[in-house]
Design a protein around this ligand. Structure first.
Ligand code: ZN
Length: 312
């Protein structure tokens, strides 16, 4: 099967996944990775239980929750500055923070989510208009939106290339496409391989490299106007959790402990020694991860990248 980003017919196995039964196949020319075999539609529910979204869609403790809101607010302001004023669609809008901030900044804000459970917070707490179901099946008029956002959602879609083509169709000429994805050719991805936190297999179908997404957007008629390698929200944690996983701790132990109280109690009771060791290692590893954030940004090899592209 030819690479959907660059058209190359050459690929090789990168590694077997930590999650048994899956491997990553990588394009030899643009570096695009794909999870093989891809999850079937009927298996999705097993990997997105309601706890994935958190109780009433609250996922982390309050300090992290406060930081998440701050990052979303800054992102909404940047998007408002770069996109022409008008309707905005957030594909996989999650709890809806970006949309609610965009609405506060005067935009007409719409969202999509895979399920009603995932859309609960955006709809019922923030009162946003969110459609649930497969993005590809939503009929929308061409040239309807001034901006379409895929914030860490493209990698979760079984057909990301078709989704980007649909986004191009529903964008006005001059409209803004915003996408954030983990970078499969980042320093952290290369160093940690199958232990890299942002692989998230099998929920991630596709592992984009910067080269791959640049090639794809250019093929679809977009011009990239901004590409950031600095993501305070994603990249230091990518280093930190990958270090812990590579050291042999139970897979994503810290992530699960931070995520919600129920998981915390269960995981700590099951692995008290790991909990203590994690606590001891946390200060030096967190400091190292912050230094590596600066390093990877200077090298333009960020663990996650953020792309802003204009439809031509
Ligand atoms: Zn390729």
């Amino acid at each position: 099967m030819n690479c959907p980003c660059c058209g190359s017919g050459r690929s090789s196995k990168a590694f077997d996944s930590i999650e048994p039964g899956f491997r990553v196949q990588q394009c030899s020319d643009c570096g695009l990775g794909r999870t093989v075999p891809a999850l079937r539609a009927e298996e999705l529910g097993k990997y997105y239980p309601e706890t994935y979204y958190g109780r009433e869609n609250v996922r982390f403790n309050f300090v992290i929750e406060w930081l998440v809101r701050l990052f979303r607010w800054r992102r909404a302001r940047l998007l408002r500055r770069l996109a022409p004023p008008g309707p905005v669609l957030d594909v996989g809008c999650g709890r809806g923070f970006i949309l609610s901030y965009l609405k506060a900044l005067g935009c007409e804000a719409h969202g999509t989510e895979l399920s009603d459970a995932a859309a609960w917070h955006a709809r019922n707490v923030l009162g946003l208009e969110v459609s649930s179901g497969d993005f590809l099946s939503f009929p929308r008029g061409p040239g309807r939106y001034n901006a379409v956002i895929f914030w860490h959602t493209l990698e979760h879609l079984p057909q990301p290339f078709e989704a980007l083509a649909l986004a191009r169709d529903i964008l006005k000429t001059g409209g803004l496409l915003v996408a954030a994805v983990p970078n499969f050719e980042s320093d952290q991805a290369r160093l940690f391989g199958r232990h890299w936190f942002h692989l998230d297999i099998p929920r991630h179908f596709t592992h984009f490299s910067r080269r791959a997404i640049e090639a794809l957007l250019s093929r679809l008629g977009f011009r990239i106007v901004r590409l950031d390698h600095f993501s305070f929200e994603q990249n230091p944690y990518g280093w930190l959790q990958s270090f812990l996983d590579a050291l042999g701790f139970d897979h994503n132990f810290l992530y699960d402990v931070l995520k919600d109280r129920g998981a915390r109690t269960r995981r700590i009771r099951r692995h008290p020694v790991q909990a203590l060791l994690t606590l001891l290692l946390l200060p030096p590893l967190a400091l190292l991860s912050l230094l590596l954030l600066l390093w990877e940004t200077a090298r333009r090899r960020g663990g996650a990248i953020e792309i802003y592209a204009v439809k031509q």
